[in-house]
Ligand binder design. Sequence first.
Ligand code: 5AD
Length: 322
Amino acid sequence: LKYLLALNEEKSKQLLYKTANFLRQKHQQNSCCVHGIIELSNRCIYNCSYCGIGAGVKGLPRYKMSLPEVMEAAGAAIEKYGFKVLVLQTGDGAYSVDELIEIIQSIKAKWPCLIFISAGETGVDSLEKLWNAGARGILMRFETSNSELYATLHPGMDFNTRLTHLRRANELGYLILTGSLIGVPGQTEQDIINDIRLAKELNAEMFSFGPFLPSPGTPLAENSVPDKDLIIKTLAVARLIDPEKAKILITTALETLDPASREKGLMAGGNSVMLNVTPMEYRKLYSIYPNRAHAHETITEQINVTIDMLKNIGRAPTDLSI
Ligand code: 5AD
């Protein structure tokens, strides 16, 4: 697997992508998940050294959507645009567990939809309450499987606590969406292989692996971006490691690194995308990294472009009624 990740020659890389694409088609046919993500708040209590909305990042206006604002955004996504799966994402600690429960219950009371929470470490004991409120998936990357690297990137946080959240969520029946950052300083190819294995061990329904992109105002601001092909190779190797079950996400970060890579990733084992359904005025403030792809596109534009692209490569969108 390390050999595959290290492939350099174009012909060899294409063979890897083709193999992953074959496996994706064999086991998952031509479906591609299209999910909507609402970025509820850019407040955060932590200082992950790569993240552009960390507590210590200065000069960033902070926002926190109110319940009526969330309901309006969710209602539009579901009723107007046809999304069936919504990811509710926010910086850690922006909402209390009770507030998250109220948001989930309010959405579920009004619309039949699948809700994934992506609110960081809510506390292991709160996962059951969030499940009872109606959340059925959790999106939480472990960020790296290397516990020493984890400690250097996440001051004040604990690798095992993160894993405990994911394991508990799995026990409760949540769909697990997890993965890591590719290309953070200090990461080795072996780490990346271990990341994919850890995601599988955690029973990931969907793998989320994306490039580290340096963010202004963070300790890693001056670091360089990873080679875009390394990310595509990671997606392809993930498909080899979990050929049958995995949904493999093409992240917005990868598209930001190279706009052509969404299609490339979907032709190299990937079969999932997320569209940004956050109200326009807040999107630019959710600056986990700069110049995010699609940040200025309306929801209609994103859907049209995505559907056209999927049709072009023979894929059918799932979880979006069009
Ligand atoms: N580059 C790429 N991804 C980032 N994330 C946070 N900061 C960055 C960055 N600078 C990712 C983290 C987190 C997700 C919500 O955003 O992996 O899990």
